[in-house]
Design a protein around this ligand. Structure first.
Ligand SMILES: *Cc1c(COP(=O)(O)O)cnc(C)c1O
Length: 355
């Protein structure tokens, strides 16, 4: 059945996921612009060349750049390029690669095992990496070869530059490569106010997956190899994995415009502001509090079950299977009034639940 009116719960903005949002005007315009006439296929077009140049310009370094359809593939293929099948990859217990990619990192690497570190707040630490990497050195254990960190983390915290540098120092010491899952990389840049270069290659990151989808594009993630030797044959890896877009200009053109005019950073700053607005609005509500420091575009709330139920009854959608709280995510298009409405509803249901 085709209807031209949306169900009521979708007509108003929801904050269940930053992927509930649509395509930002800059990305949409770039796709329209790229949609004139014919262009060479499989990444041989001018848009893809321009996008790779725009990344090199933004990061100030001659990195190798590739485009994939989604983050699961970008992460998995990037990690596979760092490992042989008998290697292992150290990650946090809450890492997307571990909890939300259906085993794709192991699948695309032909078996490189994820070694999971339990840490207090979901961030990897130098000590946790060292413990996992040096706990076993016999031939029966998969040899540690890479570390992956998520910036910002799945629960919305940001690694400081000092934390990234401390991790990369341990990696260098132990002969490990460092991968960064930047599905929300722009949000971390906006949060720290540092340059993309400082956050990555200047702090020892070898490979970055830079998320476009959650930043406001229809589809697409970029994979940047700062150590270009690691990019050898990566194009074949993408093709074999079904990630070589034949009409690649539609994945790459949005990056050109968004990187050149700063929309990537504006979108992220706007999303982060939505999270700050919710967190600030809830100060002092009894029983309701952020579970984690709010440093990017996510707010995870702990709240009595009656409050969460009350919010659902009022039509709010959110997930509780990630991070242990009720997750609210903000996107490039977050309407401040809608955040205020959420705040007002939380305050009312909390008051009713306490009465
Ligand atoms: C969304 C996300 C991804 C990518 O997910 P896809 O659905 O495969 O695009 C990767 N890492 C993190 C931390 C994410 O939140």
């Amino acid at each position: 059945m085709i209807t031209d009116t949306l169900p009521a719960q979708f007509a108003a903005q929801q904050f269940a996921s930053d992927n509930y949002s649509g395509v930002c005007p800059e990305a949409w315009a770039a796709m329209a612009e790229a949609n004139s006439g014919h262009a060479a296929a499989y990444g041989e077009d001018v848009w893809t060349a321009k996008a790779a140049d725009a990344f090199r310009q933004l990061f100030g370094t001659p990195c190798d750049v590739f485009f994939a359809f989604n983050g699961t593939a970008a992460n998995s293929l990037a990690l596979a390029s760092l490992c042989q099948s008998y290697h292992s990859v150290i990650c946090s217990a809450s890492a997307h690669v571990e909890t939300d990619e259906c085993g794709a990192p192991e699948f695309f690497s032909n078996g490189s095992k994820l070694l999971v570190a339990q840490t207090a707040d979901g961030k990897l630490t130098p000590d946790a990496i060292r413990a996992l990497a040096t706990g076993r050195s016999d031939i029966h254990f998969p040899k540690p070869r890479a570390v992956t960190i998520t910036q910002p983390t799945e629960t919305g915290q940001v690694y400081s530059l000092d934390e990234i540098r401390a991790i990369s120092a341990v990696c260098r010491d132990l002969g490990l490569r460092l991968h960064m899952d930047g599905a929300r990389f722009a949000n971390a840049c906006a949060s720290l106010g540092c340059s993309p270069a400082e956050m990555t290659w200047k702090s020892g990151v070898d490979v970055l997956c830079f998320g476009g989808t959650k930043n406001g594009m229809a589809v697409g993630e970029a994979i940047l190899f700062f150590d270009r030797a690691l990019a050898e044959d990566f194009d074949y890896r993408c093709k074999q994995a079904g990630q070589l877009a034949s009409k690649m200009r539609f994945l790459s053109a949005p990056w050109v415009r968004m990187l050149e005019n700063g929309a990537w950073l504006r979108n992220a700053a706007h999303a982060n502001a939505g999270a700050q607005r919710l967190a600030a609005g809830l100060a002092g509500v009894p029983g309701v509090a952020p579970l984690f420091p709010v440093q990017a575009n996510a707010v995870f709330l702990t709240a009595p079950a009656a409050v969460l139920e009350g919010l659902r009854v009022r039509g709010w959608r959110f997930y509780t299977f990630i991070g242990g709280g009720a997750r609210f995510m903000f996107a490039w298009d977050t309407q401040p009034e809608r955040v205020d409405q959420l705040v007002a509803d939380i305050r009312e249901v909390a008051r009713a639940a306490a009465a």
